[in-house]
Design a protein around this ligand. Structure first.
Ligand SMILES: Nc1ncnc2c1ncn2[C@@H]1O[C@H](COP(=O)(O)OP(=O)(O)OP(=O)(O)O)[C@@H](O)[C@H]1O
Ligand SMILES: [Mg+2]
Length: 240
């Protein structure tokens, strides 16, 4: 199986704080990889390094076969940040247009993607609404649509389902499954264990270190627990 993300003893320090501590990740092409861990365990920091937004202090990371940071990778990856990065003064439609142009899509392609993506995130009726007037969950949905606009091969989704209603959450997961059928790889962080259970593999991170990795079934078996939540608590508390 081909790895599309690899990190080798990745370290990120913010002054005296070591947010990522010799992290070794291997993510395979076409899988939904759940990256889970407590608040402050280094998930967002790791994702930012993998997207070229932060520089590692030590160690190496490879994305789609390129050593990061490498700008040639950027058009091939999609990133939905944990904090909204949308412009409040743009309408929904203009937001899609703006990011579509940024990725160099042609007008016709942008129009086609806008239709598809706004249907997917259920914002078709909001094309002319200003981002500042969307509800919190709607902003999140638009942010997900933006991360998908250029049909990326690899998606980094940092808590994409926070504040999303259950029906839409279910449709998001269905969509992620469809994407991976087409060979797209998805790295997703979540604090919802029912979602983590839907991932092909889960990596558990604690204080910047990977403490467990495997399919949800493997992780439950390893800890002799019936729920992934119990397995998570086992791994997260183990070295206390
Ligand atoms: N720019 C920064 N400067 C200083 N410290 C930072 C910075 N960014 C993150 N940190 C610290 O690094 C640690 C890891 O943060 P990070 O955002 O990666 O955690 P996380 O696993 O994504 O948490 P959450 O589940 O709450 O999103 C935290 O202690 C955080 O305070
Ligand atoms: Mg985070």
């Amino acid at each position: 199986m081909k790895n599309v993300v690899v990190t080798k003893d990745l370290v990120k320090e913010f002054g005296k704080l070591r947010a990522v501590n010799r992290l070794n990740l291997e993510i395979q092409k076409g899988e939904v990889y759940g990256f889970i861990g407590p608040n402050g365990s280094g998930k967002t920091t790791t994702i930012k390094i993998l997207c070229g937004l932060l520089e590692a202090t030590y160690g190496e990371s490879f994305v789609l076969g390129r050593r990061m940071p490498d700008p040639s990778v950027y058009p091939r990856i999609g990133y939905m940040p944990q904090e909204s990065a949308l412009y409040p003064d743009l309408t929904v439609s203009h937001t899609i247009g703006f990011f579509g142009e940024l990725y160099g899509l042609r007008k016709g392609e942008i129009e086609k993607r806008e239709k598809e993506l706004l249907a997917f995130v259920d914002l078709k009726g909001r094309r002319r609404t200003l981002v500042s007037n969307l509800s919190g969950g709607m902003k999140h949905r638009l942010s997900l649509a933006v991360s998908l606009i250029h049909n990326p091969e690899l998606l980094f989704l940092d808590e994409p389902t926070v504040g999303i209603d259950p029906e839409l959450r279910a449709s998001f997961w269905e969509y992620f499954g469809n994407l991976t059928d087409e060979g797209v790889t998805v790295l997703i962080t979540t604090h919802y264990m029912d979602e983590a259970s839907k991932c092909d593999r889960v990596g558990m991170i604690r204080e910047g270190k990977l403490v467990a990795v495997g399919t949800p079934e493997e992780l439950k078996k390893e800890t002799d627990t019936v729920s992934l939540e119990d397995s998570f608590l086992h791994f997260i508390r183990r070295s206390d």
